[in-house]
Structures are given as structure tokens and as C-alpha cells.
Write a protein that binds this ligand. Structure first.
Ligand code: SF4
Length: 478
């Protein structure tokens, strides 16, 4: 396992964003170099987690694993993939809920159980992990990591005396919360989506084989053809017998994470029937109708605000311009050696284009504000370029509640919209105007599917009951 000094790599340069916590990938394709294809699949999912990466490959006899801390290209910078030979594989990219890096929490996890070897990669958060871990420990279980994924493996292993499928079916009754899983044994690839379908998971074909991925962009990258999204509560088992689908639990109320469309997912992905880029553009159009302003130019905060800014420009007739240039070579992770460099913050990532901005009234479109620590710097940067008015438009409703289903949105006490009124936020970021997309406006985009989404971070309506610790209001697995 490759190990990097903990904390060496820090969070994204624009830190005022919710953090996604994983992407998963699986492939069953005899005759293909499954390790390399998994590597490319993870590359396409890198935006979902930059802290660690791993690949597990099986050849019918054994499962081999390599994982480490860092980006996919860093973990597999040498010839590690050459040693991973087989016809099926799973992979994982991860972001943890805490700032520090923990090599022991990198995935896939690999264990021996009664049926042989079992590797697992997980996207999501369990809501009853404390209860399950205590129950397992009381009966002698030991844990190497602090992840809820290891709890899932233990629950499956205990229930799998009569086969993995039966173990999975039983486990899905005990496990509560958000989980999209890929599982590997010596000769089977298994994919599981929780009964609410919080996190995305889709299925594709590659020749006679199959591919599973968090997002369809990973299928495209490896040349696989999109077949469909997994249904909430579905298990898919792929082996030399072909593909078998088991609808284990009747889907509960669908609760797809609506933030996937706002920020997390790649714009070229199609998730549960909706192209992310198209949805973002529509968000911008709705914003323009909800908040029409007299302005000279619409600019995005790149990249996640770009599609919505284009939508705003199209609907309002105000010209779209790239007023902020992104340094594409910093990437999502970035070496931040000391406080002085950290304080440069936004400037290292985004540079204003004075020629576009000077003397203008500007609509600046971003996807969301979490703590409000970046927006004031962006507004100040625009003012330094001679901008006359800044209207900040967000393509999400105000985030007023924490997420407990696999996204790090911060403690409620740190969420600016939970603590301040709209006017107070506007003043604190120094904008002339501020508008958030309304929840109604957001849901209208999805028409008759409007009730199929989790919107808890906007309205506190949690699809699965959660228990918040009384002291901090924060629910953490680590
Ligand atoms: Fe997504 Fe928000 Fe629901 Fe979390 S609470 S799953 S971020 S919509």
C-alpha cells in the first residue's frame, strides 16, 4: 500500500463547498485488462474523492488489492497495475469526513469470510452505524478502520453462511442509510443500491462484459454502453452465469441526492434519467426568471457555476462572459505548505479578467454557499477590477441543514444560511444583490419526478431518521 504523510494534501482551493465522499467502479470483462480499465474509470470519477484510491482485481482463484493515499494517478504512478491480473475488478476513490488522511480507511476493503475473499467499495453513509458497530463489537468483532464500510462488510460476512447473495439480502434489512456498493469475490462482481437510491449507481455493457459506476461518465471513459441506473433496493450479481438482478427490498420513497445535480456530479453524466449539464442550465434559466436584474454581463464561478450561468444568460438575454479564469493545473487538491499560502486562497485558483469586468454590472453565478468563506473574497476581487455592481446568484436553495447521507456539508452551526438572514448574508459577502434558487423552482425542473429527491439540506426533511449527537449537532463516523 502506498502511504503519504497524513495531511500533506489538503482540501480543494475553493473550500466553501460540500464535499463528496466517494466514487465506485466495477467491471466484469474476461479478455480485457480490467485493472487498467478500472484505473481509467476511477480517473473519470476523480471529482468524487481525491484523498485515496484503490483497485482490487480477481482472477477466479484470488483477489489482489492495491490502494493508497492521493489522486488516482499518484497512487498508481508506477507499475502497480501490472501485478493486478484477472477478469473482474472494483475500484474506489475517497474523500473522508475529516481533514486528515487515514491510509487505513482507503478502499476497497478486502477480507476473508466464510465463503472466501470479499472486497468492498462504498459510496454513502450509514445512519445506524453506531448501533451496528456496538452490536458487532459486543459479539467479538474487531475493526481496523473507522469507516462504516467495514461495518457493512462485517454484517454481510455474518449473514453469508448460505452464500453471498443471501447474506446481502439479509444485510440490507439491518443496514440503514445511504449506500451504493461494489463488491468483488474471486469470481463475482456484485453491485448494491440502497432502497432510497441516495447515491447514484449505473450499469453498462462492454462487449460481453459489464461495468458498474457511480456516474455514467466513467462508463463513457472506458467505452462501455450505458444500460440503466440500478433501482433503489436492487442487487446485481455478475458472474460466468451472466447478470442476475435481485430486487431485494421494495424501493422506499426514492430520495436521490439532488446535490448531485447542483454540484457533485460531472456535467456529462446522466443520473437517474437526467443529464447533469442540462439540469444545471435549467437551474440558471429558473434563476433568471426568479431574479431578473439589470446587468451588463453574466459570469460563472468556474467550473460548477458555468452551466447555470449560461442558462441565466440565455433566459435573460444578458451576455455570458468568462470573467474569472481558473488555473486548471491546481486541480481539486493542492499542496498548501503554510498559512500564508493558504491565505492567498481563491486567488491561486481564480483570476479575474479585468477587461471583461471593468465598469460593468455583473451577475455572478455559483452553485452554492456553504459557510460563506469564499464568496466575500470573490466579490472583493471583482470590485478591485472596477465592477460597478455584483449580483450573486446561487443555483441552489440556502443550505440550512447538515447531510447525513455521505456528504460533508459542515456542522449546522457553520452553515451561513442556518445562522444568518438573506440580507445579513448579502452584507457579509459584500454583494449588491443576492438570490438563491427557490426549492420549488429547483424541483419544478424535474416535473413529475419532483418527489423523488432528497432535499434535506435545504428543508430539514430527512428521508431516513437520523440521530444527532446532542453536544455538537455533528454526526461523524470518525
Ligand atoms: Fe444530498 Fe442534501 Fe440529501 Fe445530503 S441532505 S443526500 S447533500 S440532498
Amino acid at each position: 500500500m502506498a502511504v503519504r504523510r497524513p495531511g500533506f494534501y489538503n482540501q480543494i482551493m475553493l473550500p466553501d463547498k460540500p464535499r463528496e465522499e466517494c466514487g465506485v467502479f466495477g467491471i466484469y470483462a474476461p479478455g480485457c485488462d480490467v485493472a487498467k480499465l478500472t484505473y481509467y474509470g476511477l480517473y473519470a470519477l476523480q471529482h468524487r474523492g481525491q484523498e485515496s484510491a484503490g483497485v482490487a482485481v480477481a482472477n477466479g482463484d484470488k483477489v489482489q488489492l492495491y490502494k493508497g493515499m492521493g489522486l488516482v494517478a499518484e497512487v498508481f504512478a508506477g507499475d502497480q497495475l501490472d501485478g493486478l491480473q484477472g477478469h473482474l475488478a472494483i475500484g474506489h476513490v475517497r474523500y473522508s469526513t475529516t481533514g486528515a488522511s487515514h491510509p487505513v480507511n482507503a478502499q476497497p476493503l478486502l477480507f476473508r469470510y466464510v465463503g472466501g475473499m470479499l472486497g468492498l467499495a462504498h459510496n454513502g453513509n450509514l445512519t445506524n452505524v453506531t448501533e451496528l458497530r456496538s452490536m458487532l463489537m459486543a459479539t467479538g468483532a474487531v475493526f481496523q478502520s473507522s469507516t462504516d464500510s467495514e461495518v457493512i462488510v462485517n454484517i454481510i460476512a455474518r449473514s453469508a453462511q448460505n452464500g453471498l447473495e443471501e447474506g446481502l439480502v439479509k444485510s440490507m434489512i439491518d443496514i440503514k442509510g445511504a449506500y451504493s456498493l461494489v463488491i468483488i469475490t474471486e469470481n463475482k462482481l456484485v453491485a448494491v443500491r440502497d432502497p432510497n437510491g441516495f447515491r447514484p449507481l449505473c450499469l453498462g455493457s462492454l462487449g460481453d462484459g459489464y461495468v458498474i459506476a457511480s456516474e455514467s461518465c466513467a462508463l463513457d471513459t472506458v467505452g462501455a454502453k450505458f444500460i440503466r441506473d440500478l433501482q433503489p433496493g436492487e442487487i446485481v450479481v455478475i458472474s460466468d452465469k451472466g447478470l442476475e438482478s435481485i430486487q431485494v427490498l421494495k424501493p422506499r420513497k426514492r430520495a436521490h441526492c439532488i446535490f448531485e445535480y447542483i454540484y457533485f456530479a460531472r456535467p456529462d453524466s446522466i443520473i437517474d434519467g437526467y443529464n447533469v449539464n442540462k439540469v444545471r442550465r435549467e437551474m440558471g434559466r429558473v434563476l433568471a426568471n426568479e431574479y431578473p436584474v439589470e446587468a451588463d454581463v453574466v459570469i460563472p464561478v468556474p467550473d460548477s457555476g458555468t452551466a447555470a450561468a449560461r442558462g441565466y444568460a440565455e433566459a435573460s438575454g444578458i451576455p455570458f462572459e468568462e470573467g474569472l479564469m481558473k488555473n486548471r493545473y491546481i486541480g481539486r487538491t493542492f499542496i498548501q505548505p503554510n498559512q500564508q499560502i493558504r491565505d492567498l486562497g481563491v486567488r491561486l485558483k481564480l483570476n479575474p479578467v479585468r477587461e471583461v469586468l471593468n465598469g460593468k454590472r455583473v451577475v455572478m453565478v455559483d452553485d452554492s454557499i456553504v459557510r460563506g468563506t469564499t464568496s466575500n473574497k470573490l466579490v472583493a476581487m471583482l470590485r478591485e477590477c472596477g465592477v460597478r455592481e455584483v449580483h450573486m446568484c446561487l443555483s441552489s436553495p440556502p443550505i440550512t441543514n447538515s447531510c447525513y447521507y455521505g456528504i460533508d456539508t459542515s456542522n449546522e452551526k457553520e452553515l451561513i444560511a442556518a445562522q444568518k438572514s438573506l440580507e445579513e448574508i448579502r452584507r457579509s459577502i459584500g454583494a449588491d444583490g443576492l438570490h438563491y434558487l427557490s426549492l420549488e423552482g429547483l424541483l419544478d425542473i424535474f416535473g413529475e419526478d419532483r418527489n423523488n429527491f432528497c432535499t434535506a439540506c435545504f428543508n430539514g426533511s430527512y428521508p431516513i431518521e437520523i440521530a444527532k449527537p446532542k453536544d455538537t449537532g455533528k454526526y461523524s463516523l470518525e
